[in-house]
Design a protein around this ligand. Structure first.
Ligand SMILES: Cc1ncc(COP(=O)(O)O)c(C=O)c1O
Length: 397
């Protein structure tokens, strides 16, 4: 089977030389992951998301196994982000209410509503390109806190409406994602709101670490269902939180047998590859928005970078042109593969893998062989139905 959209496209590759130090358990600890798992898996509506095998596609791409963790159904929120912001928001409420009440408040007291009156006095705040804000709005409503969400100029109206319908006040900011983060930070400071960001910077690390601890649950679900470790994992990177959380969890779980970690970014926003090349966290200017809305970030998360610089083996950047073909490939499966409805950001890892598997030089550089067992994290389902429909009807915006 031919993959013309993928085999002819330019993919930039940087092979890092990670030291596999102790960041995987020092920056984010097994206890951080355990606590998040214990809490989130007790929430109403919790169910592990499916891990699909794609044997037809694996065959066509000449690898032994291709697994796709599909985060679309996660808590009815459309993406893996439901694991992060809601949990981190709950932890912020725990810290603030403990301080206010002069005693240690438990997560259960907040999540079961016994402190609803007190929680109502607290406002959680964040910037988002859609999914993180939706998760925070969902968590804030669930735990009874106020919620302010900042979005940038290009965030789709449907994504803004999804957050409003969960009770958040949504504020649109001129400029890009990084501009919306700056404005959210300034307004939070001025108004006494509490930032629950999915990115971190010097002096601001705890909520983003909790966000990442929440993401660890999806990696835990994968590890528990797989008898042996995959050989490769492709992880899409925005600020790097997802990639770092999954890479850290896999290393904690599988140790030296952990798969080769390949970070995938849009070529329009390659801040993690730029950091890898520079040997330190680096910023890139995002001048054009990528179709991979969740990955349109110019600055890595500090704590995520601390982990990725220690653990990530390779960095790839991909063009927007291979996203729609990857989404259609999942929606129109071949052989016995399942039909999967996935969003533009969610398929970035799949798109990169198909391109890598079909380009001999890259295939060789990444060590992809007929024995490879490849894990993909499909981080979102349909998060904007209008964009999804347009792409399926081949009139992509
Ligand atoms: C669907 C989806 N996948 C992946 C990512 C990347 O996550 P991170 O910014 O933590 O790298 C995002 C971020 O918003 C996202 O929405």
């Amino acid at each position: 089977m031919a993959f013309p959209a993928f085999s002819a496209t330019h993919i930039d590759h940087f092979q890092a030389n990670p030291i596999y130090g102790d960041a995987a358990s020092r920056v984010i600890t097994p206890e951080d992951f355990r606590r998040a798992r214990a809490e989130i898996s007790g929430w109403q509506g919790y169910a592990p998301t499916p891990l699909f095998a794609l044997p037809g596609l694996a065959d066509s791409l000449e690898v032994a196994q291709l697994l796709y963790k599909h985060e679309g159904p996660r808590f009815g929120m459309g993406s893996f982000k439901a694991l992060g912001a809601a949990y981190a928001g709950l932890r912020v409420l725990q810290t603030q209410l403990s301080e206010k009440l002069g005693r240690t408040v438990t997560l259960a007291e907040i999540s079961n509503g016994s402190l609803a009156t007190e929680a109502r006095t607290i406002t959680l705040c964040s910037a988002t390109d859609g999914n993180h804000g939706r998760s925070l709005a969902w968590g804030a409503r669930r735990f009874g806190a106020g919620c302010k969400i900042y979005i940038h100029a290009e965030v789709s109206q449907n994504r803004a409406n999804a957050m409003r319908s969960l009770g958040a006040e949504v504020i649109r900011v001129n400029g890009n994602y990084d501009a919306s983060v700056a404005r959210a930070r300034a307004d939070a400071t001025a108004n006494g709101w509490f930032m629950v960001a999915d990115t971190s910077w010097t002096g601001y690390t705890q909520p983003p670490l909790d966000v990442m601890a929440g993401y660890g649950l999806l990696a835990d679900e994968v590890c528990r269902t797989m008898p042996t470790a995959p050989t490769h994992v492709f992880l899409q990177g925005g600020v790097g939180g997802l990639a770092a959380a999954v890479a850290a969890y896999l290393r904690q779980f599988w140790g030296d047998k952990t798969p080769r970690v390949i970070v995938v970014e849009p070529d329009l926003a390659p801040c993690l590859m730029a950091s890898a090349r520079a040997g330190c966290a680096a910023t890139v200017a995002v001048t054009t928005e990528t179709i991979m809305a969740g990955l349109s970030c110019g600055e890595p998360s500090k704590v995520a970078w601390d982990i990725l610089s220690d653990l990530a083996d390779d960095y790839l950047t991909i063009p927007d042109s291979i996203i729609a073909p990857a989404m259609r490939r999942l929606a129109q499966p071949q052989a016995n593969d399942p039909l999967i409805e996935a969003g533009e950001t969610g398929v970035a890892g799949l798109a990169a893998f198909i391109a890598a598997a079909t380009q001999p030089t890259l295939r060789n550089a990444l060590g992809i062989t007929p024995d490879s067992r490849v894990l993909l994290i499909g981080t979102e389902g349909i998060t904007d139905p209008a964009i999804y429909a347009a792409i399926m009807s081949e009139t992509a915006p």
